[in-house]
Design a protein around this ligand. Structure first.
Ligand SMILES: [Fe+2]
Length: 214
């Protein structure tokens, strides 16, 4: 029997999901999706790989000899790429550039599960958690200090857009910090059976916070 070789995984031909004949694209397109995050790391490289593996329940698809680790958490070939960049400078605090990456989850239950998994694994919990009104967000820091937001929308997508467009930064909305919450208390309340309709409602979050319960 012949051994399997890398070329056995080379498809016979390319197969684009869609072909647009010349002239068919007549207006400026927008991306179909955000595809991947590309991160330089050095002295904490292995910790970084492990962190993202745990946080995203990700699979390492490929490690190449040049110090690249490609990870995926869905059907794409890479979603996170970690690049070993020996001798690279630490990012200065308050630097211009991307401030955080944000990943959307399907439910509060998932966000709480991730929180429990990360803290049980010995990682620091989120540095900051807030109900933005339109979303519920947990802000973590990876071993290199990059901020990673894990969040969910609190309404349907269209309602969320309207909320952002018209309400979120209005006088009636108040201060963003009013939606802050403690992740451990959030996890406890969720696990004790308090419904999502309460726990992701900004007004309820503010009330629970005032009462010292969140
Ligand atoms: Fe964000």
């Amino acid at each position: 029997m012949n051994a399997v070789t890398p070329t056995d995984y080379l498809p016979e031909k390319v197969s684009p999901l869609r072909h647009d004949a010349p002239g068919v694209v007549t207006s400026m397109p927008s991306p179909t999706k955000l595809h991947h995050i590309h991160i330089f790391s050095d002295t904490r490289y292995e910790e970084m790989v492990e962190y993202y593996k745990v946080m995203f329940n990700a699979e390492v698809i490929r490690v190449n000899p040049y110090g690249l680790t490609f990870m995926s958490f869905d059907d794409h070939d890479h979603r996170i790429v970690l690049i070993k960049r020996e001798g690279a400078d630490e990012k200065p605090k308050n630097a211009i550039g991307v401030s955080h990456t944000a990943f959307c989850y399907a439910s509060l239950g998932e966000l709480v599960y991730v929180y429990r998994t990360m803290t049980d694994a010995g990682y620091e919990g989120p540095a900051y958690c807030v109900n933005h009104g339109n979303s519920t967000a947990f802000y973590y820091r990876d071993p290199d200090g990059n901020q990673v937001e894990l969040m969910m929308d609190n309404f349907t997508t269209l309602e969320t857009q309207d909320y952002k467009r018209h309400y979120q930064w209005s006088e009636e909305f108040g201060q963003m910090s009013e939606g802050e919450f403690d992740p451990a208390k959030m996890a406890d309340l969720y696990e004790s059976g308090v419904p999502d309709t309460v726990l992701i409602d900004r007004e309820e979050v503010r009330r629970l916070r005032r009462e010292g319960k969140l």
